[in-house]
Design a protein around this ligand. Structure first.
Ligand code: ADP
Length: 446
């Protein structure tokens, strides 16, 4: 049960005042008796207070001074509080030590940054991968230490959905992957991993595909050549069941070898796009002319299906980029529109300027695509309907090529579709990729 210190102290005070007054009365000086009694008591309180101050000043873990009654209780309570505080500090320290040990054992680097991007703390792996030194680098802005422009842009743009992969500045042939998470009030947690092995595997895969495709080219050309020669020879033969059978067989062989050739050339183009520099060259590509040429080819592809193909584009618009790559991308979109739209359907190809650039839109009134397929369409060999794609001559690589060409031109591919109503593919280019012939002529004349 808790003692009632308030009434005990009041009782003591009454006793002290009463006792001092009695003593004063005995010697005939009540007032002096009271003064003497209270002074002794005050002296005793000050002595206890100085003991308390001395004890609190002393090093940790010193036992409290011996005392009875109220002061003894004060010393004991403070001592208990101190011990509880030490115990929770020890527990906290143990947790911190464990976190430090476990993050120290990680192969990935962890870096804590404050709101301004200054380094607060990092683990051993971060120090190894990035060369940070505790004594010098705490409090430094991270972009002063990792100066690769790709990292600086990634860090400052604050679009951390995808990780960033760049070569290490410290070690040749080493690749690092950075991923950043925002937490608290704008602080950042950065993870760094060594992805050299993955990178090597990925480039082995790319080289393998490129080499196989390249090696297949020559035999395919020879086979196609012979098939054509044999077909031509059959033209002169007299009509008979055997000749008809060979014609049919050679027709199928020609069809399949053309498919293989298309596949090989798409694979080669894709691996070239993947391995080439991230940024496409800046030729002046006349969009109106390019789109009209592709539309003419698309009309030929449509043949008897007689699609209604229209092009609407300002003749003065030019894109800064690779003509060959843009032709491949736009042809894939427009030819797909023809292949996936029933006969007599409408295909609209149009260019629209907007506030932050401009976009090419290819719309069709075809079969459309179910929403669950849309996010996966740009994956290699992903097809909504495999047999239809093969029947219409598709390689399954068209939209993957479009995606890479767009990345290399800092452009965005957008896809929307309604099943049974049609599809809409848009390629949005930033202002930096647009050239207006009128403007450039005006500048040239000035
Ligand atoms: P494919 O050679 O099979 O056409 P793509 O990569 O060009 O390969 O397209 C992937 C898939 O996207 C196609 O198999 C098809 O199912 C779908 N697709 C592409 N364009 C259209 C379109 N305009 N309308 C409907 N489906 C389309």
């Amino acid at each position: 049960m808790k003692r009632d210190w308030k009434s005990e102290l009041i009782q003591r005070l009454i006793l002290l005042v009463g006792g001092s007054a009695c003593l004063g009365w005995l010697v005939g000086e009540i007032a002096w008796g009271l003064v003497a009694g209270l002074s002794v008591y005050l002296g005793w309180v000050l002595w206890q207070a100085s003991r308390l101050a001395g004890w609190l000043d002393a090093e940790d873990d010193v036992e409290p001074p011996e005392a009875q009654g109220f002061w003894g209780e004060v010393f004991d309570s403070i001592y208990r509080l101190q011990r509880r505080h030490h115990r929770s500090m020890d527990k906290l320290q143990a947790v911190i030590d464990r976190v430090k040990d476990s993050t120290g054992a990680l192969n990935s680097g962890i870096i804590m940054l404050d709101q301004q991007g200054n380094l607060e703390w990092w683990n051993r792996a971060a120090a190894r991968l990035l060369g940070f030194r505790h004594a010098y680098d705490v409090g430094q802005v991270v972009t002063n230490l990792i100066r690769d422009p790709r990292f600086v842009e990634y860090f400052e743009q604050q679009k951390y959905k995808e990780p960033l992969e760049i070569p290490s500045a410290l070690k040749e042939d080493c690749y690092l992957q950075f991923s950043i998470t925002l937490y608290g009030k704008g602080s950042r947690l950065m993870l760094v991993s060594d992805v050299t092995r993955l990178h090597q595997l990925e480039s082995m895969r790319k080289d393998f595909v490129a080499n196989v495709s390249h090696e297949m080219r020559t035999p395919l050309t020879v086979i196609t050549g012979y098939i054509e020669t044999m077909s031509d020879t059959l033209l002169d033969e007299e009509e008979s069941p055997k000749v008809r059978m060979w014609r049919r067989a050679l027709g199928q062989m020609q069809e399949q070898s053309t498919r293989m050739q298309n596949l090989v050339s798409d694979l080669l183009l894709l691996s070239k796009l993947e391995t080439a520099n991230q940024i496409a060259e800046h030729d002046e590509v006349h969009l109106h002319q390019l789109l009209n040429n592709i539309a003419t080819d698309a009309q030929a592809l449509s043949g008897e299906e007689n699609h209604n193909i229209t092009v609407s584009c300002d003749p003065d618009i030019c894109l800064a980029g690779s003509e060959h790559e843009l032709r491949s991308a736009f042809s894939n979109l427009i030819f797909n529109a023809v292949r996936y739209t029933p006969a007599e359907g409408r295909i609209t190809i149009s260019w629209h300027d907007d506030r932050d650039g401009g976009q090419l839109i290819v719309e069709d009134t075809g079969e459309g695509i179910e929403p669950q397929h849309i996010p996966r369409l740009t994956e290699r060999f992903y097809r909504v309907d495999r047999s239809r794609s093969i029947r219409t001559g598709g390689t399954g690589l068209g939209l993957a090529i479009v995606k890479y060409v767009m990345i290399r031109h800092s452009a965005r591919l957008g896809i929307s579709s309604q099943l049974g109503k049609g599809s809409r593919f848009s390629c949005h280019f930033p202002t930096s990729r647009l050239l207006h012939l009128k403007n450039s002529r005006a500048i040239a004349q000035a």
